[in-house]
Design a binder for this molecule. Sequence first.
Ligand SMILES: C[S@@+](CC[C@H](N)C(=O)[O-])C[C@H]1O[C@@H](n2cnc3c(N)ncnc32)[C@H](O)[C@@H]1O
Length: 231
Amino acid sequence: MSSWIDFYDFKHSVIYVNARHCDVHYRTIAEDIRKLVPSSSAHVLDYGCGEATSADLVAAACTKLILVEAAPNVRAALTQRYTGHPKITVISAEQAAALPKGSLDMIVMHSVAQYLSTADLDRLLAVFHSQLKPGGLFVLGDIVPPHFAAPAAALALLRFGAANGFFWAAAFGLMRIFVSDYLRLKKTVGLSHYAEAVMLERLKRAGYAPQRASHNIGHNQQRMTFLARPV
Ligand SMILES: C[S@@+](CC[C@H](N)C(=O)[O-])C[C@H]1O[C@@H](n2cnc3c(N)ncnc32)[C@H](O)[C@@H]1O
């Protein structure tokens, strides 16, 4: 395993401690994303959507939902799940890069930026900027701050587990992550962290008018969501 895409393509990702965690995780995210959809006629793209088991909740709030997933096995499972859905399309990262300019009302990229180099993030910010319609919205979620990220993530997972009936599975899952490829990849490939001011500046330089949202999408409120409109 040599990349974060490989890590997330692993059939039973150690990131989810059990099926209930996976289910509650994706439902929580979908409910948060749905609140940000600008209108029922919106065309929405979710970049690095993962398993997206509750994407139908987002689709119900818009006209078209494009799910983008780079990991081939995850993408195959998504395609199987949503084939025939009238609003949902599943595509690869390469296909996403070729989408027409000015065609999207909202782009979400949640819990992906930490796995990208800063150069790759900047490249995506530019692509998304061109693909958004004037007045469109870019939602950049789950940005990991530079300090105390790991203990904050562990505590947030335990709290999330306690609130949703999987506390002990969460505790066991944390130990499993400890002996998994996650820590090895963290050392060899690295994870990207951004302070609030640094990310605001990065988004401004990429041509957006950004602001930090009061709530981070999902369960970990130590991390940050940014709402950015192309200018
Ligand atoms: C933590 S999951 C996030 C899934 C979902 N958005 C969520 O919030 O639960 C990280 C996602 O980033 C994707 N990813 C990792 N590295 C990537 C890269 N270099 N390019 C595109 N996607 C990448 C993985 O395939 C995976 O779907």
